[in-house]
Write a protein that binds this ligand. Structure first.
Ligand code: IDC
Length: 463
């Protein structure tokens, strides 16, 4: 009996992983095409910039679009910038955000708005929540500034602020203001089709470490917070995707999350996206990328896939990143990308900056990181993706999918301009009824297939 049950369970798992799964691995655009997103978090400097804006110029966005093959951005916004004083909203800030968001959307790049925070907020040495929304503590400045930034989460005033925010019974107004803030943002963008959705809160943290690690925070407080916030956003916008995160502490390096299933309250099919972050321990704590960390990375993926089955939603890897001075950074990014492709996971790299972990150096020349992020991948697929892969070393791309001719728009494959300097060989099999074009603005390959429900195979090789 036990064996039969185990078999049934295994079958159920394979069914949900296979092509006939009962939830979508990919997000979809308005035409019904399956989307895979690659882009940059933009930008970390906005946390502390006086106007809370990223350093970028519009020409940087044009470069991402036209040369680098990115089709989205995770754009940082801050509660403390939107509502710096209680009940007073900074319309000038929102206007600036809108202007910059439109740099992307007018180029048909997707924007995910990320309500960012680290270390709770501006009143306690972090960023995110406004000063008025933080709590005080008797003991001050326990953690030296010279320690890694995330250690500031142990500072008593930070712990207290998180605890207040998530203790809804006693401090209702904090979450209520947060919700109103999101409603304002959603009202501003709900008619822009290239604003893809809202990332509810960057790296939620419960304050008390043991409770957070043991699961109580996600099971009760975080889950209930999402149950309030999602319907509040749905009052204003029923179309955009809701991106939601597990706790960051431990999950970032591969521990399992305890977040119960998150559900959407929009009418019709759910439009939610599970958005974990991936930072194996060597990234922050030191050391090279060794086989031990390769195993840790693979474990991170296995755990996330299980959680995806629980949430029955596509996944976006909202943050991963590291310094190009780490030994093995390129191997790490290749391993991470290979596994992301194998489960059709979208990603946004941390972060868009000049120098440091960023894809550009201070003079805007490419850093070694950029070479690992420019990939051939199916940005939009008119049908169901079976598989796709890109090998950074050989520059071989292969993909197969089942065509759906009810979708008139083409399958779009990103081909960053500088990848194939001597051209590429394209091979399409499975059907003869197709035509191809190259989008001159982006160099993307557009594939129009006119035979329905056919397995189409595409391969691209460097000349
Ligand atoms: C980091 C920035 C760093 C800044 C710090 C605190 O790179 O310059 O001092 O934030 O604001 C995250 C966070 C993200 C972090 C990133 C890298 O979401 O804000 O950015 N990271 O440390 N979680 C894990 C890593």
């Amino acid at each position: 009996m036990r064996n039969i049950l185990l078999c049934c369970f295994a079958l159920l798992l394979t069914a949900s992983r296979s092509h006939g799964q009962s939830f979508d691995r990919e997000l979809h655009d308005a035409y019904g095409r399956a989307l895979i997103l690659h882009g940059l978090n933009t930008a970390s400097n906005a946390k502390d910039d006086t106007a809370h804006q990223p350093w970028i110029l519009e020409s940087d966005v044009e470069r991402e679009h036209a040369e680098l093959g990115f089709n989205c951005v995770r754009y940082l916004i801050f509660w403390g910038a939107i509502e710096p004083e209680k009940d007073k909203y900074d319309e000038a800030y929102l206007k600036k955000v809108k202007e910059r968001v439109e740099w992307y959307t007018k180029r048909h790049m997707y924007v995910i708005l990320d309500m960012h925070q680290d270390v709770y907020g501006y009143g306690v040495g972090g960023n995110g929540a406004p000063v008025w929304a933080s709590a005080h503590a008797l003991i001050q400045n326990l953690i030296p500034d010279s320690w890694p930034w995330w250690m500031q989460n142990m500072e008593p005033k930070v712990i207290r602020s998180y605890v207040h925010f998530f203790t809804y019974r006693r401090h209702k107004d904090l979450q209520q203001h947060y919700m109103i803030c999101w409603q304002k943002v959603a009202k501003l963008f709900h008619d822009n089709p290239y604003v893809l959705g809202y990332d509810l809160m960057n790296e939620p943290h419960g304050g008390k470490v043991i409770k957070t690690l043991a699961g109580g925070f996600e099971r009760r407080q975080l889950s209930k917070f999402y149950k309030r916030l999602i319907p509040a956003i749905r009052e204003v916008d029923t179309v955009r995707y809701i991106f939601f995160e597990p706790r960051s502490f431990g999950v970032n390096f591969g521990m399992k999350a305890h977040l119960p299933q998150v559900t959407d309250t929009r009418p019709g099919a759910a439009r939610i996206v599970y958005t974990p972050h991936c930072y194996p321990k060597f990234v922050d704590i030191g050391g090279d990328y060794t086989p031990k960390y390769r195993d840790e990375l693979s474990k991170w993926y296995r755990v996330r896939e299980k959680e995806q089955v629980l949430h029955r939603s596509p996944m976006l890897l909202g943050e991963f990143g590291l310094s190009p001075s780490k030994v093995g950074f390129d191997k790490f990014l290749r391993d991470l990308n290979r596994q992301a492709d194998s489960i059709h996971m979208s990603w946004t790299y941390w972060a868009n900056s000049l120098g440091g972990w960023g894809p550009y150096r201070g003079d805007r020349s490419p850093s070694p990181i950029l070479w690992e992020l420019m990939r051939v991948y199916p940005q939009a697929t008119s049908g169901s993706i079976i598989s796709y892969s890109y090998d950074q070393a050989t520059k071989d791309f292969t993909m197969s999918y089942v065509s759906d001719t009810h979708i008139a728009q083409p399958t779009v494959i990103a081909i960053p301009r500088i990848l194939y300097l001597h051209g590429y060989e394209l091979n399409i099999s499975g059907t003869e009824k197709y035509k191809t074009e190259v989008d001159p603005a982006t160099n993307s390959l557009l594939v129009y297939v006119s035979e329905n429900n056919i397995k189409v195979n595409i391969s691209i090789k460097s000349r």
